[in-house]
Design a protein. Structure first.
Length: 263
């Protein structure tokens, strides 16, 4: 299988190195990653800024590897449309392994999830994978990479819905402490939106994020609850944001008796 791997932590991150090394043992892997960390970049792309591309040799067993000066979204968008040849087009796009969780509403800010979403927008089955924790030991990345490697053949029986990805979070735990897999929906959020107001030595005011952990019920079917229960969370997500069942109600309010011609 041909696999395109991208991320938002940059080409030198341990997560993408480990994922590439393990998947390259069985698959034809191509890597396109930012030349530096681009965490929390969201789904941004470069419009008016030139994106520099440099090929990297001998990268963790990958068939070919490039770094770019653009965003995580650029990695997949430029990669598929400009860098990869017709014979190098992927069967699967994988983003990660991210250094930190992508759970709940935080997926909206995630460069990791956005890489995968870009793949889905271009019509390719896509996966985002993250380590859900604050400790990033090599063994956690290795387990997550092996999990993805074992997941890929199982997905041959799964038809990705249009405009969708699978968002995977793996607890930062020893393998023996992980209690299984949960198919989940997005939770609300992980932290409260609190900020500390501070002042530097010159009297300038600045703010630091200081949110505290929210304790969602552990018996819910959310990704946040799955991680708290020491389970791997797999959440199908879509970028289709139209609320179709609200269109007729809105039309009745705004467009009755040709009211939509009010302007």
């Amino acid at each position: 299988m041909k696999i395109l791997i991208a991320n938002d932590d940059g080409i030198n991150a341990e997560g993408i190195k480990c994922l590439t090394k393990i998947l390259a043992e069985q698959h034809e892997v191509y890597v396109i990653a930012p030349d530096r960390e681009r965490s929390a970049a969201g789904h941004s792309i470069s419009l008016h800024t030139p994106v520099m591309v440099e090929e990297v040799k001998n990268y963790c067993g990958a068939k070919r590897t490039w770094t770019i000066t653009g965003t995580p979204g650029d990695c997949v968008k430029i990669g598929i449309n400009a860098i990869l040849s017709k014979n190098e087009q992927p069967d699967l796009v994988i983003s990660g392994i991210n250094h930190g969780p992508n759970l709940g509403h935080d997926t909206l800010y995630s460069g990791t999830v956005s890489c995968a979403m870009e793949g889905a927008m271009l019509g390719f089955p896509s996966i985002a994978i993250s380590i859900a924790g604050l400790k990033f030991e090599q063994k956690y990345f290795e387990f997550a990479a092996r999990f993805v490697n074992s997941l890929i053949p199982k997905l041959s029986e799964f038809k990705f819905p249009p405009k969708s990805i699978l968002n995977i979070n793996v607890p930062a735990l020893d393998e023996n402490d992980i209690k299984g897999v949960a198919i989940t929906k997005l939770g609300e959020r992980i932290f409260t939106d609190d900020y500390d107001k501070q002042m530097d030595s010159e009297g300038n005011v600045y703010y630091l994020m200081a949110g505290v952990l929210i304790n969602d019920p552990v018996d819910s079917d959310t990704d946040v609850a799955a991680i708290r229960n020491n389970k791997i969370s797999i959440t199908p997500l879509t970028y289709e944001t139209t609320i179709e069942n609200a269109m007729s109600d809105l039309s009745k309010v705004l467009c009755r008796e040709d009211l939509c011609n009010w302007f």
